[in-house]
Design a protein around this ligand. Structure first.
Ligand code: IMP
Ligand code: MG
Length: 195
């Protein structure tokens, strides 16, 4: 059995199918990092990961930026945490900042790193918050895009993969705080989350 076959044979309860395996996620991260490293070649970037969903993606992206040629003093890592109200599988427009950056944003080139953009409220809120703090520039990178139910148009300068119009978990993404640790992105059985 190769690793992908092994994963398929041992999917955790509630997981229907692997959508993007670790290899696909890694290749996508490298592709995004190459673009970012080129665009920021003369600049220092403050990489702001959005917890908890972008935990693994931010870590892997930062290391991919180093492989893509960015110097150690070009990358500073920071994190914020947000929560958004809504039902079990869809966020609402009400986003709350649970933890702010420890770095000051003023005058810095800020790159917001998100796991997934769905209706757009979360990133719209974060762009407004950071945009109001006088950054030298502001851009966003999302591993996944779900463009099907966008409520607010929000720019995403770096987009990794288009997710299916379904609830996905793993690689940081959760369903009610479970499944984040899975090394791949997977589709849940609808019976897990339908309310
Ligand atoms: P938005 O505000 O609808 O754009 O959603 C962004 C946030 O909703 C993400 O950071 C995730 O935490 C969550 N989210 C949206 N779609 C999914 C999904 O398919 N799986 C897990 N979390 C999701
Ligand atoms: Mg979430």
């Amino acid at each position: 059995m190769n690793p992908t076959e092994f994963e398929a044979a041992t999917l955790p309860e509630g997981v229907a199918e692997v959508v993007f395996d670790a290899e696909a996620i890694g290749a996508t991260t490298d592709r995004l990092a190459a673009r970012i490293a080129t665009d920021y070649r003369d600049r220092k970037v403050l990489v702001v990961g959005v917890l908890k969903g972008a935990l693994f993606f931010t870590a892997d992206l930062a290391r991919a930026l180093q492989r893509a040629g960015m110097a150690p003093d070009q990358i500073t890592l920071d994190f914020i945490a947000v929560s958004s109200y809504g039902n079990a599988h869809r966020s609402s427009g009400e986003v709350r900042l649970l933890k702010d950056t420890s770095e000051s944003v003023e005058g810095r080139h800020v790159l917001i790193v998100e796991d997934i953009v769905d209706n757009g409220h979360t990133l719209h809120y974060l762009r407004a918050v950071f945009g109001g703090r006088g950054p030298a520039s502001l851009a966003a990178c999302a591993l996944l895009d779900k463009p099907y139910h966008r409520c607010v148009e929000v720019p995403v300068e770096y987009v990794g993969l288009e997710a299916p119009d379904e609830f996905v978990v793993g690689y940081g993404l959760d369903y009610q705080e479970s499944y984040r640790h899975l090394p791949y992105l997977a589709r849940l059985h609808p019976w897990v989350y339908r309310d």
